[in-house]
Ligand binder design. Sequence first.
Ligand code: HEM
Length: 256
Amino acid sequence: MHFTDPVIDTDHAWTLFEWAGGLPALTRMTRLFYSKYVPEDPLIGPLFANMAPDHPERVAAWLGEVFGGPKRYTERYGGYPRMLGQHVGKAITEAQRERWVTLLRRSADDAGLPRDPEWRAAFVGYLEWGSRLALENSQPGAKPPMHMPVPRWWWVCDATPGSRVSALAPTVEKTEVRTAAPNEPVTFDAHIKSLFRQMDRQSMRFVFDLWSHADVAKHSAEILNRLENGSMPCDGAWPKDKVGLFRRWVESGMPE
Ligand code: HEM
């Protein structure tokens, strides 16, 4: 059908909310969770026997807000104090917490939420963290602070989609190396910038931009050191001629 996967725009800083598929995807997941799994589960079913009819939409709105989407739970449903108030006094047990997480993960699969390692790690990380807080706050005598901000969750260690080469990728992104004649000046725009792949740029973005002359010049000593000892890029060291070109640029004063 001439279908090709959409190209990931690595320049866009995706939120976990966007990557999940937005509110429709999260609502699909919570509706499945509360209609398919929860009612028939002997451990957690009774806890939700009297839940509000729009409980799945409320939890989806909370998750969406946590994952960097619109502040829908705060604006429509009462924000952090409401969420907390719904857990206080429930005396959730570890077995119930664990079941809640397991069934919500299963619902994420059923609802077709992303399965890539980056999104799943962040998603499950939040479920583990949040459910342990819910358990703690629900214990008899617990005194949780009533007015905390809604957490804003992010990718684990900034590992965003597209920041690594998949072992199953059909082709590895190639760079076009422009060689420089012995007396030709090596410049950033003509020779150096194109040595860095989109993927290299994306993986380093949390510290500097490999396509910016100012950033590369500022960090040139560390970059050269990593290139020479072969520890960067992480999927394979550069050949000698590429490292040599970079060194020549550094030694010639790093012209733009
Ligand atoms: C990351 C973990 C969790 C999140 C984000 C979460 C989120 C929420 C939210 C937003 C509400 C309030 C909805 C409203 O506005 O009415 C709520 C209520 C509730 N939660 Fe959680 N929850 C978590 C973990 C758990 C766990 C582990 C349990 C028990 C196994 C649990 C049991 C309940 C119950 C019983 C209610 C009240 C339902 C009702 O009767 O209306 N939650 N949760």
